[in-house]
Ligand binder design. Structure first.
Ligand SMILES: [Zn+2]
Length: 178
């Protein structure tokens, strides 16, 4: 069987332009071993499809991700390494989404239910020193919010509030004893 020579140029069936063969993807079942449409036209086609079928594309991405988690993780890691600004910007966008705020609330609620017993044990097990010095993790515990989700402002406010309630309680205690 004769192997057909690799063509140098080809006319795209979509845009009709004569292009260099490097502008076409290789295709094992194509008559000449290349796709009928040029790379640019195929990229456009994929982009249009993705825009019109976001659910299908998302499902397909999720499927391949579940099939090859290691490959996906490696790919993701490489992307994050090569595009630190893009990754940071996308994380920021995600955090600022309204639905993300809702998600966060739900996440905190779930976390609270899951950790209720843990909290009770924690709050009764804190040493006097920790209760008095009020470190961040202690404040987060009194707020019943994961320490990573507490903003510095909230920490300060809660700390101030605790100081006030404690001094009131101390005064009441002294008043009751005198
Ligand atoms: Zn084309």
């Amino acid at each position: 069987m004769m192997v057909p020579p690799i063509p140098k140029t080809k006319v795209c069936t979509k845009c009709g332009e004569l292009k260099n063969i490097s502008e076409f993807y290789t295709h094992p079942t194509g008559a000449d071993g290349f796709t009928a449409r040029c790379k640019e036209c195929l990229r456009k086609k994929v982009a249009v499809y993705a825009k019109e079928n976001p659910e299908k594309v998302r499902a397909s991405v999720a499927r391949s991700r579940n099939k090859n988690p290691e490959i996906y993780r490696a790919f993701r890691k490489k992307y994050e390494h090569n595009n630190p600004e893009k990754v940071a910007a996308s994380k920021l966008r995600y955090r600022n989404r309204d639905s993300s705020k809702e998600e966060k609330k739900k996440c905190v609620a779930r976390w609270r239910t899951k950790n209720r017993d843990h909290f009770n044990k924690l709050s009764s097990g804190y040493s006097k020193k920790i209760v008095e010095s009020m470190p961040d993790h202690y404040i987060a515990m009194t707020l019943k919010i994961p320490v990573g989700c507490v903003t510095p402002d909230l920490l300060e406010m809660k700390r101030a509030q605790l100081k006030v309630t404690r001094s009131i309680r101390a005064k009441q205690h002294r008043g009751a004893n005198s």
